[in-house]
Design a protein around this ligand. Sequence first.
Ligand SMILES: Cc1cc2nc3c(=O)[nH]c(=O)nc-3n(C[C@H](O)[C@H](O)[C@H](O)COP(=O)(O)OP(=O)(O)OC[C@H]3O[C@@H](n4cnc5c(N)ncnc54)[C@H](O)[C@@H]3O)c2cc1C
Length: 406
Amino acid sequence: MRTRHYGAIVVGGGILGWSTAHHLQQQGIHDIAIIDVSHPGVATTGAGAGFVGEWAAGFGPKGWGANELALEQYSLAFYKALGQRHDIHLRCNGNLFLARSAHGYDSWIAPMLTHPLAPADTRALNPSEIHAISGGSIAANEVYGAVYHPQGIQVHTTPAVVAIAHEVLRHGATAIYGQQVVELVHENGHISGVKTNTGQLYYANQVIVAAGAWSNTLLRTVGLTLPLYRVVATRIIGQVCGVPDCLPTVMIPEQGAWIREHRGALMWGTGDGYAAVYDLPQIATVGTRPYYPELVTSLTNAVQASFQRLFPAVDMSVANWTQGMPAYTADRTFIAGAVPGIHGLWAVTGDNEAGVTHAPALGRMLAELVTQHARTDIDYAKFGLERFTHTYADEQAVAAAMPPRR
Ligand SMILES: Cc1cc2nc3c(=O)[nH]c(=O)nc-3n(C[C@H](O)[C@H](O)[C@H](O)COP(=O)(O)OP(=O)(O)OC[C@H]3O[C@@H](n4cnc5c(N)ncnc54)[C@H](O)[C@@H]3O)c2cc1C
């Protein structure tokens, strides 16, 4: 069955896909089809904690620098503007990087204060200042010190992606939900469209794969496997108990922890609730979230008592939890660029568990490449697919190749 021809097709309606569609429209391509087997935010994006910050200024992986910081600053401005137009639960509370011990402070926090990319308004906080900025929720005697980035924000991820989708659809795009793209149709080195599991063909000369943790499932059909290493990541929400909504995003590097307020409750996660997909019995089907209650148990057992001391007045018993599947890359840097060998085929993926933060900027970069509006101040090659010259046997090999985070 032949269907209509679009200006571009985006495969995947997570935060990366919709952000790309948004920026394609800004670059002049309005007639876009966004195809998703599910709905906006149902997969990994909806599980995201919604922190956006200047991570490249000493908190992100070692290899992140001025390029990533520029992406982050663009995204911060993007969400702040989006939050003026839609209720995305935007909170401009800043990001607090916390140490609970002298060792944690010296290893993680002090270097952020002197980091060459530290934002001008970076400041150090002592325990009583930490208590105050947390609205009284953090016990001063449980912390050693912190560094504070006032520009950090939080959003709720599902309303954020729905808001972007709403704007894109209002500007002439078509959402095709409930169909899985199973084939990237190409001829003589040029993409011509996609085929879905219902047998439908959709045509476009530009096709963008933004399929999150399932990107390789699709790209393998054209002989490409990106060096992605997927993990299941867990977030827990405690009981509603009046956690103050002024609480900044709290990152505790020495515990691998992240914490925020969520509708009067506390939301948190640490590496204790993570597992490599290759270590788990079965993988979530395309467009769904994984379900591993045992990771909730290991997370709870590992940190609940310690977090309870940190937030003594908070009810930390588990009210609900969810999981998503971030995809790390072999070099811990994002992927946004042309698929070599097939003209008009592009990929934006490899979110490195920071896709909410970077999606608007990555979407803009990809749209600029597609429409040949590349700027001179961005190092597009750093995010391009050609940078991967090594072939990895499997996701274990990708994980083994990843440089240490710090
Ligand atoms: C617990 C947790 C906390 C996190 N916290 C943060 C945070 O605070 N800040 C931050 O920046 N990031 C955070 N992240 C990471 C962030 O959520 C991800 O980086 C981001 O959501 C990835 O978006 P995506 O669009 O690539 O993937 P997804 O949201 O998974 O979107 C991919 C879409 O593609 C669709 N799809 C896949 N294959 C096909 C196909 N063949 N045909 C049709 N549709 C298809 C799927 O249905 C899905 O909707 C967190 C993640 C988790 C799990």
